[in-house]
Design a protein around this ligand. Structure first.
Ligand SMILES: *[C@@H]1O[C@H](CO)[C@@H](O)[C@H](O)[C@H]1NC(C)=O
Ligand SMILES: *[C@@H]1O[C@H](CO)[C@@H](O)[C@H](O)[C@H]1NC(C)=O
Length: 168
């Protein structure tokens, strides 16, 4: 009898759908990549079922991430392509840090994005043309970085864009 119960318990554990924390994993990839001298990402525990209780992260009623508020947070290091997995993200606020390296083209997958604030960092490379796919984007502030190249012509397609700051 005990064995029978054990068997079913094991079966349950094997067949139970895993609580995939895809958005938490995407955010945690950022935590792994950046240097965070003030430990403001300390609450980012990837073993939780979702990232909605993490500081600086906001979710909607379906526990999907809608905001990442890490402006002026003394972060250094690189942005990660994983951020492009946050399908419901509306506000990506990473201004006034010391982020380096390129703007990942994957940010062009953030279909819900309203505001992309990366100003005042040390980002290099060019502005990815994929950002022209952000049809809900209203605020794009990339000024005060070390970006090179032209502003992609495609960005002018963005009908909702109200503010575009890209000067160095
Ligand atoms: C960018 O890098 C330069 C040189 O490493 C540094 O002096 C400057 O403070 C950095 N800018 C920001 C916004 O962190
Ligand atoms: C925009 O999205 C479409 C469809 O997902 C894709 O085929 C296209 O390559 C993207 N444009 C850019 C410039 O990345």
């Amino acid at each position: 009898m005990a064995l029978w119960v054990l068997f079913h318990l094991l079966l349950f554990l094997v067949l139970k759908p895993t609580d995939a924390n895809l958005e938490g994993d995407a955010l945690f990839a950022l935590r792994r990549e950046v240097h965070d001298p003030n430990n403001i990402l300390q609450s980012w525990d990837p073993t939780l079922v979702d990232p909605c209780t993490w500081f600086h992260v906001t979710c909607d009623s379906q526990n999907r991430v809608t905001r990442l508020d890490l402006g002026n947070a003394k972060l250094s290091g690189k942005l990660v392509p994983d951020l492009g997995k946050l399908e419901r993200l509306e506000y990506l606020e990473l201004y006034m840090n010391n982020l380096v390296g390129p703007i990942p083209a994957e940010l062009g997958n953030l279909k819900s994005l309203v505001s992309l604030d990366l100003y005042h960092n040390n980002l290099t490379g060019s502005i990815p043309p994929s950002l022209s796919n952000l049809s809900n984007l209203r605020f794009l502030r990339l000024n005060r970085n070390r970006l090179t190249g032209r502003i992609p012509r495609e960005l002018t397609k963005l009908g909702n864009l109200k503010i575009l700051c890209v000067q160095q």
